[in-house]
Design a protein around this ligand. Structure first.
Ligand code: HEC
Length: 296
């Protein structure tokens, strides 16, 4: 009875180990949410081994400064971030030159006055408007959201942003649109107070890439995903290491469990062997009792 219980318990623990291992791997490897409604494209940064496409990030930065920065801020980014590992990886010199193109307010000086100076690596990205009220007033009552965490804040993330940028269309018949409001297939409610920001040939890429609408939308989206997760690549590396660590740990725990439990198994075996031995002994003594001469 006791032996049966132990065997059953052992089986249950074995199954639990297997279920745990089978469930943990897909959970971590394929954790990305899939949204079917959005326009499909391949993102290099998705998945466990995902990394950003450097050239795409650099082009995305170009799109941001030349197009989106007219209305949208990215307050969390500093010019220094542009040269950091895991980002667009401009050289320090390039990042310094980029920063120097912007005028930054500093001060007060010894006369107690604020003054303007060229940007430095440590400066935050310069915002197009001094405050939310000013940006809302300048955009007909709609606030162009800060882009620091936009890719994270919207359901669908990169796929949503990409689709939104390519989702401008003629409004279906009977769909009422006020002045300054546009029809967009992917905006909740299909009404957006931003005119189509990406049109054919809006930028001329310095690396010679053909600036089709899809290409520009992809590059700026990649840039915005990085802006909201500048450490994504190191997180992916860490995630991978954690999985390896977990697998090794589980294997070790499993092996030590097998070892501990094997004692119960061998005990049962020994008991059985002893029983058989006793039986043989008894049989031999009986035989001896009946035929005493045979053994002399
Ligand atoms: C002329 C100003 C202007 C420019 C240029 C502009 N936007 Fe906008 N953007 C807005 C305004 C205003 C809103 C708010 C729209 C609303 O709430 O209906 C907005 C909203 C957005 C949203 C948020 C949609 C949502 O889910 O709420 C995204 C994403 C966006 N813009 C991306 C971009 C990108 C990318 C660029 C550059 C390629 C860009 N915008 C250029 C004014 C602008």
């Amino acid at each position: 009875m006791r032996e049966k219980m132990l065997v059953l318990l052992n089986k249950i623990i074995n199954r639990m180990f297997i279920i745990f291992i089978i469930s943990i791997i897909p959970c971590t490897v394929f954790s990305e949410e899939k949204s079917v409604d959005f326009i499909e494209t391949n993102w290099s940064f998705k998945g466990l081994f995902g990394t950003f496409d450097r050239a795409s990030l650099q082009r995305g930065y170009q799109v941001y400064t030349e197009v989106c920065a007219g209305c949208h801020s990215v307050q969390h980014l500093s010019y220094r971030n542009l040269s950091e590992k895991g980002g667009p990886e401009f050289s320090i010199e390039e990042a310094k030159a980029i920063a120097a193109q912007f005028d930054v307010e500093d001060g007060p000086n010894s006369d107690g006055e604020m003054f303007m100076r060229p940007g430095r690596l440590s400066d935050k990205f310069v915002s197009p408007y001094p405050n939310v009220e000013a940006s809302t007033a300048a955009n007909g009552g709609a606030y162009p959201p800060d882009m620091s965490v936009l890719a994270k804040a919207r359901k669908g993330g990169a796929d949503y942003l990409y689709s939104l940028l390519l989702g401008y269309d003629e409004a279906p018949e009977g769909f009422e649109l006020d002045d300054g409001v546009y029809y967009n297939k992917y905006m909740p409610g299909n009404k957006i107070k931003m005119s189509e920001p990406i049109i054919e040939g809006i930028v001329e890429y310095s690396d010679g890439t053909n600036p089709t609408k899809e290409q520009v939308a992809k590059d700026i989206t990649t840039f915005l995903v990085w802006a909201s997760e500048p450490h994504l690549e190191s997180q992916h590396r860490m995630g991978f290491k954690t999985i390896i660590y977990l697998i090794i740990l589980i294997t070790l725990v499993y092996m030590s469990k097998q070892r501990v439990w094997s004692r119960f198994g061998s005990n049962a075996k020994e008991e059985k062997e002893e029983e058989t031995f006793d039986k043989i002994e008894r049989a031999v003594t009986e035989y001896e009792g009946e035929n005493p001469k045979t053994f002399k």
